[in-house]
Structures are given as C-alpha cells and as structure tokens.
Write a protein that binds this ligand. Structure first.
Ligand SMILES: [Zn+2]
Length: 409
C-alpha cells in the first residue's frame, strides 16, 4: 500500500534538493536559477539558502550582471566545510579515501594484499588508515561526518555485521561498525561494495542523478553489480542487491563454493584462473592452497604478465571479461538501462585491453538495440569507486534528497 507524505519532512527534502543543486553546480548558481531548476518558490529558496549560509555549507561568492534587472549573486558550495571517509574492504586491497562535499578525494591510503586472516587485526589496520587520512588532510575531527565501509556481501548494514562473504576466509558474522566506531569515535556505516560503487557513480559527474539508468559492474576479487534506476540505487529488501556471481556461465566442469557448478564467480575466481594458468604454462608462483592475500598476489601477477604482453595471460583475462560481459548483457536486457559502468580494483588494471570486447558483447546481445544503444564506459573513479562510494554513502544518508525519506514510517 502507498504511504502518505510526511509534511514535517518536506522542508528537509526541499533543503536537500536545493543543497544538491548547489553542490553540483561547479561554477556556482544564483537563487533565480535555483528557482528555475527546482521549481520551488523564490521565498522557499531564499529561506533555505539563508539556513545553508548560516550553517556555512554555502557562501555568497560574487555578483554577476546579465541583461536588465537586478544583478544576481552566485551561491557557491563550501566544499571543505564537511568531509567523509570511505573504506573499500576488497580481499585484494584495502582502499581508504577522505572526500569533501564536492566529492573531491583529498587524501588516500592503499593497503595492497592485506593480511585478512584475523578480522580484529584488519579492523585495527582500517582504523590506523583512517587516522593517517585525518592527519594528512589536516582537518579538525568535528568536520568529519562519518566513515562508510564498503564490503563484499552478504552483509547486514542495520546490525553492522559482515555475515559471510565467500572470498573472505574466516569472516563469518564479524561485527565491523561497532568496533571501528568505538576505536575512531566517529559514526560508521556499512554498505555493500557494489551498492557503494553505484552511489559513487551517481554522486560523481556534472549532471544530477535524476532519471539516470545504469548498471555499474564491480570487478575485484569477486564480481557484482550496483543498479541505478530512475536516479535511485536499487537496494533490495536487505541491502544486498547486486549478486550476479552465481548465475551460470554454462560450464558444468567448474565447481563453485556455493555447491553448484558453472557459476560466474567460480569461472572468474582465482582457483579456476590459477588452474587454467598452470595448464597454459603461466607461472603465478602461488601455493596449492593459497590464503586470501596469496590469491590476490597471484591475480596481480597474472595482470602484470598480461600488461607485459604475455599472450596466454591476455587470453585468460579476456575469457574472464567475456564471461562477465555475457552476464552483464543479460542484466541490461532485463533492466533496459542505457549505460554500463565498469570499475573495481581488478578492472582498473585490465580495462585497456578488455573494454572493447565487453562493449561489443553487451551491445550485440542487447535486444532493444533498434531503439537505443548501450554506452559501456570505464568508471572515471577507477579502482577507488567503492571506497569513494563508502564516503558517498555517509553523505547520502545526511544530505541527499530521496523521495523515500518523505514517506511516513
Ligand atoms: Zn555459485
């Protein structure tokens, strides 16, 4: 059943809409332009702008004269008024970024092939990275809105618990929000990595997100998608939407950890890749039962070989990206989006030799191609997209206008 509108929240919603418009206007925006673009009355604009100036979130920047009438005052974002921090817990690399209100990354830390054997120690490593970011940025702690951790699913954001991602050995029902929050004295939230990546893509770019329809593919140690329909991120019932790892690629010879055969996650997973590499005579120097870190190192080695022009390594990575493209093509047909954004730590290193074939496969298999094509792009945020998404998730819960926020609960 549809729920009514909570009028008490309408003011906040309008404020969020206006702030979002100012945030996205790279060269500033006047009150008149805000009234035109938001459809709100000049009186509402004026009241909200006054509140935002009082909170130092925006400033009156300069006056411009254009044509007859009163000169217009340009409103500018105070980009460094608030910051948020995002951490991407990928099994192959932990990335932490500090971001301002504009979405600019002001500091970054990367821990390659981290030791993930003991979750408590990894959480401690993440806390240290956050402290280093804060020190490096030289900003007072009270300007930091919070920390958003992007992690592989399944997870329970409400409880702040990672419930058991297949690629993180030993991470079963691990509390992350409470211990990290206690250690840092900051608000911490948990978000699925693919949803975080989709949020980052929505936040970045000049145009506002309204009406955008895209899937954003996260290709790290595992694979998943974030989906944006009509400008809003698809979350699902438990905030775990985006699992495509267990769609079958139709090869029964590959066993998956889920107990079935032929899953995409298993096809592009390290164990299968390592077996094929060995058969093709590609030396990955990885023990028979590798740890999470050793699997990541093996994958990095394969990517390095491909980058050096090793034909067998190139072919093996090409096969992985073809498998991903097949799945993405099915998804694009199911959802009728017009854009596919490819990102994640592994993709960032293979995109220059894999993008064309993904583009080709997706467009070739798209059934409505007589009506529109699909743009297949590399994420402009590269390997940092999920970390930036973690930071966006924090700001999103604080600042962004969402229709759902208006509904009575
Ligand atoms: Zn499976």
């Amino acid at each position: 059943m549809r729920r009514g509108t909570n009028l008490g929240r309408l003011g906040d919603f309008n404020q969020a809409v206006i702030f979002e418009s100012i945030r996205r206007a790279k060269d500033g925006i006047s009150r008149v332009e805000l009234a035109e673009s938001t459809g709100l009355s000049p009186q509402t604009i004026s009241n909200v702008v006054r509140r935002l100036i009082d909170d130092s979130l925006i400033r009156e920047d300069r006056t411009i004269v254009s044509g007859p009438g009163k000169p217009r005052t340009v409103l500018e974002l105070e980009a460094d008024r608030l910051f948020s921090i995002g951490i991407d817990l990928d099994p192959g690399v932990i990335t932490a970024v500090m971001m301002n209100l504009r979405g600019d990354v002001v500091a970054i830390r990367r821990i390659e092939t981290p030791d993930l054997g003991v979750p408590e120690e990894t959480i401690s490593l993440m806390a240290d990275a956050v402290e280093e970011l804060i020190t490096e940025a030289g900003q007072p702690r009270e300007r930091i809105v919070g920390v958003g951790v992007a992690a592989p699913g399944p997870l329970d954001p409400r409880e702040g618990v990672i419930t058991g991602p297949p690629l993180l050995d030993g991470w079963r029902n691990v509390e992350i929000v409470k211990p990290l929050g206690a250690r840092l004295g900051l608000r911490v939230i948990l978000e699925k990595d693919t949803i975080a990546a989709a949020l980052a893509e929505l936040w970045s770019g000049d145009h506002d997100g309204e009406g955008r329809n895209f899937v954003c593919v996260y290709f790290g140690a595992g694979v998943g998608v974030g989906t944006v329909l009509g400008g809003e991120v698809l979350r699902g019932v438990s905030n775990n939407a985006g699992e495509i790892g267990h769609y079958s690629v139709g090869r029964d010879s590959i066993n998956c950890a889920c107990g079935r055969t032929g899953c995409l996650a298993a096809a592009i997973g390290f164990d299968n890749v390592a077996r094929k590499a060995e058969a093709a005579g590609i030396p990955l120097d990885v023990p028979a039962t590798p740890t999470v870190a050793e699997r990541a190192m093996g994958m990095n080695r394969l990517v390095d070989l491909a980058r050096d022009g090793n034909a067998a390594a190139l072919e093996l990575l090409g096969e992985c990206s073809r498998n991903v493209a097949d799945m993405v093509a099915q998804l694009v047909n199911a959802l009728d989006v017009d854009t596919v954004i490819m990102g994640g730590p592994v993709w960032a290193r293979v995109n220059d030799f894999c993008l064309d074939q993904v583009n080709e496969i997706v467009n070739e298999r798209f059934t409505a191609k007589a009506i529109h094509g699909i743009s297949v792009l590399n994420s402009a945020l590269g390997e940092n997209n999920a970390a930036i998404g973690g930071a966006c998730a924090v700001l999103d819960t604080t600042l962004s206008p969402k229709a759902s926020a208006l509904l009575l609960r």
